[in-house]
Design a protein around this ligand. Structure first.
Ligand code: 4AD
Ligand code: MG
Length: 448
């Protein structure tokens, strides 16, 4: 059989032709003279149909019967090379099916553990290496890929250079309680929580820069939004105002959503995501509101029927019920700006004339997906940054390189970081972050 294969997602370009497809058998049904195979090749799923009389006609009685029998006995996840004629099929969601003319078994599969029946999450997570083959998980990975692709595309088009921050580090980027520590030839080292501090050095060297890589947080949170290892894209840019920074973030998030609509529409359909809603997020402006105004709103509405959050005091950080309520109230992604300095990182620049608040923003996604971006303007003044670090009792000798950036031609600069998995869950419309990364690492999970 010819070895040059066609992807299932591309069969629409081969209607009426005989093609060869390398695939796995996801499921099988039929009776008597007819067999139906659900074929999967990583690009999509579609149905192949084998009709016994056709096989006898083509291969003769003996060989034709043997081939048909092989098809009827195929077990789940057997890998095959299937030859057949592509037909349009209005009845199926996918729109095409394959009239099978020949088949070769490539790899056998016996007792595949994930059967078409329902399985519990723990079982599926234990079999994550196989669960990835299912229709929904495949769609999640395709959406993740489209988001990564759109990230590189957006930054390239906007004059950014990819600047790779280290993963092993001698200091904490965000907060020392969440660090994974490791031994580095007899000295402690930490797994990066964010590339930001190094990226600031990159911005002073190269202008607009971004990084994209795995980051690690020893968070004991057991929520559907937290991983201990996740992928973050950070961007950093000199000579900008806070408003310009928010404009860039908004354009970026819109480009990601549009990128998924353009490159992974089939995956969104598989997940039954409401694409009208995604279109709305692309076309309508995002909301921008300050922390203090949000506190007013939350306090004003706390007795409302739909307000299932607890009373919040000014100065407190939001819990996810507060974030969910606020972003749903506006119905579009919402930037909450100027949080209290006391609940944000040491490097954030105070709001002019209000040292209690900092020039920062969290972007909250609607529909309960929570914070997808954290960003801020950075304190660019050497003396002010030193004073802040002293106030927090930080060891400045650990941050010499960072302070140097304020000594030699410091400029106003800012940036942001997006958790790619949070963005994937939001665009995909899937509530749990564990499905947004191939092999999730969480509080009680590090295998497989
Ligand atoms: O808000 P965070 O902590 O911001 C920073 O790390 C900054 N240094 C970024 C910057 O300004 N360059 O994290 C950024 C984003 C969050 O908005 C969220 O989307 C994601 O990272 N995130 C997580 N995603 C999954 N699991 C976790 N445990 C996460 N913690 C943060
Ligand atoms: Mg944050």
């Amino acid at each position: 059989m010819s070895k040059k294969t066609v992807s299932i997602i591309d069969v629409k370009n081969h209607v009426g032709e005989e093609v060869t497809i390398g695939a796995w058998v996801a499921n099988k049904s039929g009776k008597g003279k007819i067999a139906f195979l659900q074929l999967r090749d990583g690009s999509a799923f579609f149905q192949g149909v084998a009709f016994k009389p056709n096989f006898i006609e083509k291969f003769g009685e003996e060989e034709g019967l043997a081939k048909f029998d092989t098809i009827k006995k195929l077990s789940q996840e057997t890998s095959v090379l299937v030859k057949g004629i592509v037909k349009e099929d209005e009845r199926s969601k996918f729109g095409y099916e394959l009239d099978i003319t020949d088949i070769d078994i490539i790899g056998a599969s016996t007792d595949y553990p994930i059967t078409p029946k329902e399985h519990g999450t723990d079982f599926l997570m234990d079999n994550r290496h196989l669960w990835l083959r299912s229709r929904k998980q495949m769609a999640m990975m395709q959406i993740r890929n489209a988001i990564i692709y759109a990230t590189y595309d957006f930054f390239d088009q906007n004059g950014f250079i990819k600047f790779d921050s280290p993963i092993l580090s001698g200091n904490a980027a965000e907060d020392s309680t969440e660090l994974f520590e490791t031994d580095y030839f007899g000295n402690p080292a930490f797994l990066s929580q964010s590339g930001q501090l190094y990226l600031e050095a990159g911005a002073m060297a190269l202008g607009r820069v971004f990084d994209f890589g795995p980051v690690f947080r020893a968070e004991k949170s057991k929520t559907r939004r937290h991983l201990t290892e996740f992928w973050m894209m950070d961007a950093e840019y000199p000579f900008v105002s806070h408003e310009e920074s928010l404009d860039l973030q908004e354009a970026y998030v819109k480009a990601l959503i549009q990128g998924v609509l353009d490159r992974a529409l089939h995956a969104l359909e598989v997940l039954e995501r409401d694409t009208d809603l995604l279109q709305k997020y692309v076309s309508e402006p995002f909301k921008r509101i300050s922390y203090d105004e949000v506190i007013d709103l939350l306090q004003e509405h706390e007795k409302d029927a739909d307000a299932d959050y607890e009373h919040i005091e000014r100065g407190d950080d939001f819990g996810s019920p507060h974030e969910t309520w606020v972003s749903n109230y506006f119905g579009v992604p919402t930037f909450v700006t100027n949080y209290p300095a006391a609940i944000k990182a040491f490097y954030m620049k105070p709001v002019p004339g209000n040292p209690e608040r900092v020039l920062c923003a969290d972007l909250l996604a609607p529909e309960g997906y929570g914070e997808i971006i954290g960003g801020s303007m950075r304190e660019e003044d050497y003396d002010a940054l030193v004073a802040k670090m002293d106030e927090l009792g930080m060891d400045k000798s650990e941050y010499e390189f960072y302070l140097d950036l304020r000594k030699y031609g410091s400029v106003p600069h800012g940036g942001f970081g997006i958790g790619i998995e949070r963005m994937v869950t939001f665009v995909a419309g899937t509530k749990h972050i564990r499905e947004a990364i191939p092999f999730p690492r969480m509080l009680h999970r590090i295998k497989p």
